[in-house]
Design a protein around this ligand. Structure first.
Ligand code: PLP
Length: 337
């Protein structure tokens, strides 16, 4: 595989499992087969999830460079920052996480939003969590630069990891590996996944899968579902990561678009719409599987809607990529009470 030339540090249990969502498929009229690849169960670190595959190709540089801290950034209930802390724990390093106010926190959650869920877990793991009032942006931030400068001036050697690991030079590689793994699992299972539905915000997850599948001429099977509520920016960043990842892999292809459904990201990043909550409840009730209101609830909403709209061929195999994140649910209790 093209990926073999890059160094990897194992953080996952092994290949992530694939489960079949038969009850959900039946509930939606039995038109397609629905499967899920369980990145939410890919590792024993914290609550697992998509960040660990990305870190597997970033960690070798952190170890080789003798860094003392990993510094990253996200929203208050960020999965990225929690998994940065968990990775640092595993490596015996320290983590500093800048957690900005990316979400217009609902009144009913204000008293607990910055204390429960991923923040609680981050504190248990001994993270140096820095809550800052700045608003939502997936790019590089001032507060992040300041944290790096502060550590450097104290004589430490901090390693910066951008939001979602996405604008990191190797940020897309982990999910190229996901595609290679999926192709192997298809062979073992004697099945072909016709469409792959994946949530997209900072972009490197969908970009990695897209480039990974492009190795097999199957990039058009990937459908990215926006959960950023700022789809132009997410599209542009994801496409940039696609082309960068393709280039460093040596794929020899350039791309000018990818399948991107922008209908489910609203009202804004971090806040579910009515269909998001319905999707979370439907998946929960039929399969006993949890998804969150920020990411996977929106991509599950997208999958459900696409089935209802007959956008998938009859009897085709649709793969939902479950990227984790249910650990933020307690910060959204008012939607389910
Ligand atoms: N799903 C979950 C649970 C996440 O934590 C993230 C992170 O942003 C995403 C989906 C989106 O992935 P990406 O930022 O790589 O587009």
């Amino acid at each position: 595989a093209l990926l073999d030339k890059f160094e990897k540090y194992d953080l996952l249990f092994g290949p992530s499992p694939i489960s079949k969502f038969e009850n959900l498929a039946k509930e939606l009229g039995g038109k397609v087969n629905i499967y899920a690849k369980r990145e939410d169960r890919n590792s024993g670190l914290a609550f697992a999830g998509n960040k660990l595959r990305k870190f597997e190709y970033i960690v070798p540089e952190i170890i080789a460079g003798d860094y003392t801290h990993i510094v990253s950034i996200g929203g208050i209930q960020s999965n990225q920052t929690l998994m940065t802390i968990a990775t640092a724990c595993k490596l015996g390093l320290k983590a500093v996480t800048v957690q900005e106010n990316w979400v217009p926190i609902p009144e009913a959650e204000k008293a607990t939003y910055d204390k429960v869920g991923n923040i609680e877990a981050a504190r248990i793991l001994g993270g140096d969590v820095r809550l800052v009032p700045d608003g939502f942006d997936i790019g590089m931030r001032k507060s992040f630069e300041e944290a790096l400068q502060e550590l450097t001036s104290q004589g430490f050697k901090p390693y910066p990891v951008p939001a979602g690991c996405s604008e990191h030079k190797y940020g897309g590689l982990g999910f190229v590996g996901f595609a290679d793994e999926l192709i192997k699992q298809e062979k073992e299972m004697g099945i072909k996944f016709d469409k792959i539905v994946v949530c997209c915000v900072t972009g490197s997850t969908a970009a990695g899968i897209f480039v990974g599948m492009a190795q097999y001429g199957r990039e058009n099977d990937v459908i990215a579902i926006d959960a950023s509520g700022k789809p132009e920016k997410t599209f542009e960043q994801t496409l940039r990561i696609i082309n960068h990842t393709s280039e460093i892999l040596g794929l020899g292809k350039k791309f000018d678009t990818f399948n991107f459904d922008t209908r489910f990201g609203g009202p804004v990043y971090g806040i579910p719409n009515e269909g998001t909550i319905e999707a979370i409840k439907l998946l929960g009730k039929t399969e006993g599987t949890l998804t969150d209101p920020v990411y996977e609830g929106k991509s599950m909403q997208g999958l459900i809607e696409l089935v209802k709209e007959d956008k998938f061929e009859k009897d085709s195999n649709v793969l939902f990529v479950h990227l984790g994140g249910a650990s933020s649910l307690s910060a959204y209790q008012s939607y389910f009470s």
